[in-house]
Design a protein around this ligand. Structure first.
Ligand code: HEM
Length: 221
């Protein structure tokens, strides 16, 4: 059992399973965010569901653990790779064969993490955390409108979405490869699904600042 946590393949497996767990979480998150464009009522109903549904409350610490495991193992794997390969190689065969995203997964992950921290303090701490500690949650729609209507917050957000897009467009199919899907029939299909998934998530997230910055009308007022 201890081998799972310490062997190279064990670490990769933990990375892929935690990564795929986060992939599913992102779909839920982007769907909830998107309700802000549908109408204020729909967004408030979605927030209320997130605050009161028992399954969601149970999943909050599980999600935090998923992030922690993914980040800790990303550090372990990256340090090990750096130690094994102290001289960077730019023109080797591997560099040609691998994509830019695959070679920069850690940096992309760091950008994702940076915004995550910002996001947690701006939204989660002011809304969901308040329910846990018996405080006074801020009005969700007002908060979203305020922050996403600010150009500099929107700009940082767009950089985050860009990093997320590249992390996902490689990570999604790479996780399946780690889990054993390595044949010439399924790998190109998974690469295509990864792109589609990453585009949907990126467009879904980016639509929120675009909507508030441009002052567009809700889809169903
Ligand atoms: C919502 C956020 C995230 C999602 C959905 C996600 C998803 C994934 C997936 C699916 C993989 C592929 C695993 C594999 O190849 O088997 C992966 C790899 C990776 N992730 Fe993330 N990740 C997220 C956040 C982060 C963060 C915050 C970091 C670091 C600070 C990070 C660092 C990495 C690294 C370094 C790899 C490559 C590991 C390797 O070389 O095998 N990720 N991620």
């Amino acid at each position: 059992m201890s081998n799972i946590f310490s062997s190279s393949i064990g670490k990769k497996l933990i990375m892929s399973i935690s990564g795929l767990f986060l992939v599913v979480f992102l779909l839920l998150h982007v769907s909830i965010n998107f309700t802000a464009i549908i109408s204020e009522k729909a967004y408030m109903a979605a927030c209320n569901f997130m605050d009161t549904n028992i399954l969601i409350q149970i999943m909050v610490p599980v999600l935090a653990a998923g992030f922690a495991i993914h980040i800790i193992y990303s550090l372990i794997i990256t340090m090990k790779n750096l130690r094994a390969r102290p001289v960077s190689y730019a023109v080797g065969n591997e560099a040609k064969a691998s994509s830019w995203a695959s070679r920069n997964m850690f940096v992309l992950g760091l950008i994702v993490f940076g915004f995550l921290a910002l996001h947690l303090t701006h939204f989660w701490a002011k809304m969901q955390l308040q329910h846990f500690i018996g405080g006074h949650p801020e009005e969700a729609y007002k908060l979203v409108k305020e922050l996403f209507g600010t150009w500099y917050y929107a700009a940082v957000y767009v950089v985050w979405v860009g990093a997320l897009y590249f992390h996902l467009s490689h990570g999604f199919w790479s996780a399946f490869q780690t889990l054993g899907t390595n044949n010439s029939k399924w790998l190109p299909r998974l690469q295509c699904i990864a792109k589609v998934y990453a585009v949907i998530v990126a467009l879904g997230f980016v639509s929120i600042p675009v909507y508030f910055l441009m002052g567009l009308d809700p889809l169903f007022p």
